[in-house]
Design a protein around this ligand. Structure first.
Ligand code: GRF
Length: 206
């Protein structure tokens, strides 16, 4: 079975979107672990309620329930995790961890990279910057994770017209709808081994 580890920090709507497609039988995979930097958040509660193993990770674990990235790395290797998904994970992943799972970590970003990405560009900060720029399209990007924020190769993007929006919240709502479609789609393609890198470009087979 194709194995997923999903990193979360908050609401967990993208986690739920993936989970729901697995439950419906549209993706043949299992969520082996949900990992958070937070001791508590809705995404973790969802995972626990659905009997998914959860872990709390930190650069400098200070209590019994928190583990280091080194320890987490071993756990995920032992689980045989095939794909790591950052779905609203708000901390930067240490370089050594990224290197270890190079080509196996993806992130979803709520804008059309390479615009509106980088340090500090998360959550509503992104949508506020997009709104204030008066740009007419936003969207979602799924990309590989490398050592630099929002910098890895782009796997897929979808855009949405925002020329008539009246607030950053409206942009967030439109983009989130795309995210919930795009992320399960890409996870499915990875699980079917249909994501290929050719000449430095990424292609998704039908
Ligand atoms: C999403 O907009 C995602 O693109 C961004 O953080 C948000 C997470 O939302 N990285 P949720 O926790 O999946 O509901």
């Amino acid at each position: 079975m194709y194995k997923l580890a999903i990193f979360v920090s908050g609401r967990g709507s993208n986690l739920k979107a993936i989970y729901s497609e697995i439950e419906k039988g549209n993706i043949t995979a299992e969520i082996s672990a949900v990992i958070s930097n937070k001791l508590e958040c809705d995404a973790l509660n969802f995972a626990k309620a659905n009997n998914i193993q959860t872990f709390i990770v930190s650069d400098s674990p200070k209590n019994q329930v928190t583990i280091s990235y080194d320890k987490l790395q071993n756990i995920l290797v032992n689980f045989g995790v095939d794909l790591i998904i950052l779905a609203g994970f708000l901390k930067k992943i240490p370089n050594a961890f990224v290197k270890k799972f190079s080509g196996k970590i993806i992130n979803i970003h709520p804008a059309l990279l390479p615009s509106f990405g980088g340090k500090g560009m998360y959550g509503m900060n992104v949508h506020e910057a997009v709104f204030n720029s008066s740009i007419k399209h936003s969207g979602a990007t799924i990309h590989f994770v490398d050592e630099i924020y929002d910098n890895g190769k782009i796997i897929i993007q979808e855009s949405v017209d925002i020329s008539d929006v009246k607030s950053p919240t409206e942009i967030a709502e439109r983009v989130l709808k795309i995210e919930h479609k795009l992320l399960p789609y890409v996870v499915k393609k990875f699980s079917e081994n249909k994501v290929r890198i050719v000449n430095n470009n990424i292609f998704i087979d039908n």
